[in-house]
Design a protein around this ligand. Sequence first.
Ligand SMILES: [Mg+2]
Length: 268
Amino acid sequence: MKYVVYTDLDGTLLDHYDYSCEQAQAAIDALLHREIPIIPVSSKTRAEIEPLRQRLSLTSPFIVENGAAVFIPDSDVFQSFDKAGLKKQGQYWVKSFSPDIVYWTSLIEELQVSVVDAFKSFSQLTVDEIVELTGLDHEQAGKACRREYSDPLYWYGSESQFKQLELLCAHVNVDVVRGGRFVHLLSGADKGKAVSWTQRQYEQSRGSKPTSIALGDGENDLAMLACADIPVQVKSPTHHFPDFHHERLYRTQQEGPAGWNEAIFALL
Ligand SMILES: [Mg+2]
């Protein structure tokens, strides 16, 4: 195996509007035929990523909730992975880079004692509310709710309350980051850390370092692109390429999954 492919999902492998990856199917088939692992690296939850892996017949590991954890299927291929610090969860070995949901739930409850009536966490919202806020359908919203390592906040408080939240979180070394509609509480995990760790496992288990190709369209993909041998910025229909420089950077001409397809055939 010479390559490992790490890929963002929304807006990269999946179309921004209809979540289809049909236009990347030829490249996906070519990679699977050559036994090159395709590793999803997404802000999505495990419950959201699993059906896609099944649909695409992916058997490789995957990375959830913006780099919070790597899920490694308990298959022959990964017996040689270093299992120190991993926990067994069903059919997977899990390497986590973030506290689990129990930590976030109790932190959020504590924060709500001081910062009153300013936000609700994802897990405090009903599925109907999430449908309304995100535009996901009911089934997808249900899966997006099944969070294991993070709990984004729907924010409706004031600026002074936001500053108060930042101050309280700083005391416990948690960063507060504004996203589009949600505010994210982060404790050091990112896509880059999770990808670097996974690369090391491939290197150790194969005895030589495979070349990593990483594809992403957003700001939250830059840490992953920075640690890849060949980074690919996939063109987005909604925003410019985020500022990023690398001597082997490939920027696609086409958008989303069509750009994904273009990059894989151009690089291999
Ligand atoms: Mg994206």
